[in-house]
Design a protein around this ligand. Structure first.
Ligand code: CAA
Length: 261
């Protein structure tokens, strides 16, 4: 079934772009949109040529202004929990992709929009971007992972302030708090995302995949367990053609050409 509320394109070989496309609703995440994203991302996980995903929103005002409040407002407790389960599995699918995912936040990233950006490996933002977890203003806590990913990304005190106050922060504050890696003028955001994606797509794919997994999985382990996992992954990498090629290319003073094997 083709997606209704998202656009997926491939601006260059290996570089995919997912655009949430409900600009009149500021790209709010209703059930259909979440299902579209999850399904597209699960398909992308099987695409052998994929090296990077850029996630952004349609229009120039909003990345994603949160879960769709109009659709949520009449839900029962059971339906609310199911909606959260859908949102959690959708953002987890992004996090699980075996290659880097960059959120290019082009405006509001509120509630579920901030949570979706947090499931990406890092965030770059336009100067006018706004971040927040305003759920407490609606009578609910965050439901797509914000109470867990936000403190892991920026520390518990700042995350707690954002989550329990519901106040928003601007792009410069998000940059200084470590929520955002880089801030760019709005008209340069996607070009900068593409430039970064090109760089990433030249790296050894299996080493990138292993590195991403080590950072994410290691965060919830003891330092000793996480280092032991890194130790095994480092050894495993020596069984790849990419290790042979990468090190040989260095010694031969040429650019490596990686096969992803
Ligand atoms: N859900 C549904 N519709 C939304 C929406 C949302 N989250 N955010 C914006 N819209 C709709 C508006 O209802 C409006 O539609 P109509 O033209 O049909 O009235 C349209 O998008 C444009 O929005 P505004 O007129 O409100 O635009 P604005 O510039 O005046 O304000 C805004 C922009 C500050 C982002 C404001 O729209 C807003 O506060 N939106 C809600 C933000 C929010 O609370 N997000 C969290 C949702 S809860 C959640 O996400 C739970 C979770 O953790 C999973």
């Amino acid at each position: 079934m083709s997606a209704v509320n998202i656009l997926m394109d491939t601006p260059e070989t290996g570089i995919y772009r997912l655009t949430v496309n409900r600009p009149k609703q500021l790209n709010a995440l209703n059930q259909q949109t979440l299902e579209d994203i999850r399904s597209a991302v699960q398909d992308l996980a099987q695409a052998a040529d994929a090296r990077v995903l850029i996630v952004t929103g349609s229009g120039d005002k909003s990345f994603i202004a949160g879960a769709d409040i109009k659709q949520m407002q009449a839900k029962s407790a059971v339906e609310g929990q199911r909606f959260s389960t859908l949102g959690l599995s959708t953002v987890q699918a992004l996090s699980d992709l075996p290659f880097p995912v960059i959120a290019a936040v082009n405006g509001y990233a509120l509630g579920g929009g901030c949570e979706l950006a947090l499931a990406c490996d890092w965030i770059i933002a336009a100067e006018h971007a706004t971040f927040g977890q305003p759920e407490v203003k609606l009578g609910v806590p965050p439901g797509f992972g914000g109470t867990q990913r936000l403190p892991r990304r920026i520390g518990s005190a700042r995350a707690m302030e954002m989550i329990v106050s519901g106040n928003t922060i601007d792009a410069q504050t998000a940059l200084s708090w470590g929520l955002v890696n880089h801030v760019y003028p709005a008209d340069q955001l996607l070009a900068e995302a593409m430039q970064m994606a090109r760089t990433l797509s030249k790296r050894a794919p299996l080493a990138v995949e292993l590195s991403k997994k080590l950072v994410l999985d290691g965060a919830d382990l003891s330092l000793e367990q996480a280092n032991s996992m890194e130790n095994r992954a480092f050894g495993l990498a020596f069984a790849t053609d990419d290790q042979t090629e990468g090190m040989r290319a260095f010694i031969e003073k040429r650019k490596a050409v990686f096969s992803g094997r």
